[in-house]
Write a protein that binds this ligand. Structure first.
Ligand SMILES: Cc1cc2nc3c(=O)[nH]c(=O)nc-3n(C[C@H](O)[C@H](O)[C@H](O)COP(=O)(O)OP(=O)(O)OC[C@H]3O[C@@H](n4cnc5c(N)ncnc54)[C@H](O)[C@@H]3O)c2cc1C
Ligand code: FES
Length: 511
């Protein structure tokens, strides 16, 4: 695709994980059903919970708006680790060492759980044990990684400081966690779904949940039918039924990944930098070919801007530092950063009885989401869980409830940052913009064949105005991070409804 101002971007605009996995074909819900537990969302959090609950003796119904693994988890880097950059320094400073220790135990427990599930359910997902590193390139950050290594080791985590970092470019040193892992996240989720489906439990795809009612039983009103269940878990990454005001307690944060081929074997370890711009590195072999994934360029979803430039900077790093010959895939996704650095897991609100939520996975959800699922499995099964208090969604500390978003961007009915242009603009194929058509903010996009598509530009969440993202051909909302495909379909919440069609009569200049 040509992007104005910098020539073509390299690589298919799709996740390497999704491109290299088969497709699932679970049925859509077409009737009312009952289950012990309804799980909404077939990402790592939802499917881990569903399978753990099934193995604990509950029947489950999983409701997925799209396909298994096509959400954030299908766009991840793929590190399965309890080393989250410098998380222990941050958590110990803000919450004390006991909380940091429990966070580490939960994430180590998640790695062990994933390893057990891969073996017990025979999940073919290229799960490999590797060391994970947070590396330093300056004297200042070298001291930070030394301190993180010492602290993490004192918390009982598998941490050491090392000056021997197996990267193809020189760095000063790193904290290394041994016994960490990486896997093909989509194949892992497909394996979980296979194990969930059957024996009274089921997975429904292409079924969007529209409303939830906390009751006895609870109800999930979804496209195609209602699921009645004793307990309901909302594991939609961004809770669409947000009685807990998580949109105000989290910040939607986007990051970008480029993948490309190299001639060398995989590095056998994973990496993230402390220095900015932050870079996350993972290598993987797929069908005999080594790919390097380079991630970074993160920003609050409300500050989108130059996506093409972000891809170019990642591609330059991958080429200059990691020997990537050619970028083959590029993608972005976003996750919720919790206000106090701890995920929100538990009842949806202080008043909820059987309605649970998992969110705020802080871009480390492969393990945080797994730990969250195990916490809810224990709570629903009437068992104590040692991590539950630290992750409690209803904790009342001021930091947990501090706004993750600017106050003004939370208010309903805001127009967002985009001012509609007058109706006489012109578009080249691949371009989109927001224009005023007879007083209506209208999102117009010209496809490769020169056809112009028109949608309402008003985000269906709380009414901000969407913006066109040329590098990914999406309509992005600057307020709470909802994203829509070029045809208006929701691809990331909190919005649950598609952008409706816009006016049919468009200015002549667009044709
Ligand atoms: C660029 C990037 C790289 C990352 N890399 C790593 C990493 O290396 N390691 C790591 O641990 N973490 C990583 N993370 C974070 C991790 O990928 C996420 O925290 C995790 O995948 C989130 O899982 P989830 O189950 O909450 O969400 P999802 O995977 O998005 O699952 C939620 C599902 O709910 C569905 N859904 C939404 N609304 C509805 C509805 N109304 N009805 C029915 N279904 C609905 C969606 O379609 C989706 O499939 C990364 C994050 C980013 C942004
Ligand atoms: S108004 Fe909230 S995401 Fe658009």
């Amino acid at each position: 695709m040509e992007i104005s101002g910098g020539g073509p971007l390299q690589g298919e605009p799709e996740s390497l994980w999704l491109a290299s996995a088969g497709e699932t074909g679970y049925p859509a819900l077409d009737r009312d059903i009952e289950a012990d537990v309804a799980v909404i969302g077939a990402g790592v959090a939802g499917l881990t919970a569903a399978l753990a609950l099934k193995r604990a003796g509950h029947t489950v119904a999983v409701i997925e708006a799209a396909r298994v693994g096509t959400g954030v988890t299908g766009h991840t880097t793929g590190k399965v680790t309890s080393l989250h950059r410098l998380a222990y320094t941050e958590l110990a400073r803000n919450h004390g060492t006991d909380t940091a220790r429990i966070y580490g135990q939960a994430n180590q427990g998640a790695i062990e759980h994933i390893q057990r599930v891969v073996a017990a359910e025979s999940v073919d997902c290229d799960f490999r044990l590797v060391a994970n590193h947070t590396y330093a390139e300056s004297d200042e950050t070298l001291e930070q990684v030394r301190a993180e290594a010492d602290l993490a080791a004192s918390l009982g985590l598998p941490a050491t400081f090392t000056a021997e970092v197996p990267l193809p470019f020189p760095v000063k040193g790193a904290v290394r966690f041994d016994g960490q892992a990486q896997f093909h996240a989509v194949k892992y989720l497909q394996g979980l779904a296979r194990a969930v489906h059957g024996d009274g439990s089921c997975v429904f795809e292409q079924t969007r949940a529209l409303r939830v009612h906390d009751g006895t039983p609870g109800e999930v009103d979804a496209e195609g039918g209602t699921v009645r269940a004793r307990d309901i878990i909302v594991a939609t990454n961004v809770p669409f039924a947000d009685e807990g005001s998580f949109d105000a307690r989290c910040q939607a944060h986007r990051s970008y990944i480029v993948a490309g081929r190299v001639d060398t074997p995989p590095l056998g370890a994973t990496f993230i930098s402390v220095d900015e711009p932050m870079r996350s590195i993972l290598t993987v072999s797929i069908e005999g070919q080594t790919y390097v994934l380079t991630g970074g360029e993160g920003h609050p979803a409300s500050e989108a801007g130059d996506s093409a430039g972000r891809y170019r900077r990642l591609a330059a790093f991958a080429r200059d530092r990691l020997g990537v010959r050619e970028v083959t895939h590029r993608w972005s996704t976003q996750d919720n950063l919790p206000a106090d650095g701890l995920p929100y897991v538990g009842l949806m609100s202080a008043d909820a009885r059987h309605l649970y939520v998992i969110t705020g996975l802080r871009k480390w959800g492969l393990t945080n989401g797994t730990a969250a699922a195990l916490i809810l499995t224990d709570i629903i099964s009437g068992r104590e869980n040692p991590w539950a208090a630290v992750f409690n969604s209803n904790r009342t500390t001021p930091a947990a409830n501090a706004g993750g978003l600017a106050e003004e961007s939370r208010a309903p009915g805001l127009p967002g940052k985009t001012s509609p242009q007058p109706g006489h603009v012109t578009l080249t194929p691949g371009e989109g913009t927001v224009i005023d058509v007879a007083g209506e903010s209208t999102a117009v996009f010209k496809d490769a064949d020169g056809r112009v598509h028109s949608l309402s530009a008003i985000c269906t969440h709380l009414g901000c105005t969407v913006e066109f993202n040329a590098a990914e051909t999406t309509w992005d909302c600057p307020c709470h991070g909802s994203r829509f495909a070029a045809d208006g379909t929701v691809i990331h919440g909190p919005a649950t409804a598609n952008l409706p069609p816009g006016p049919e009569h468009l200015p002549e200049s667009l044709k």
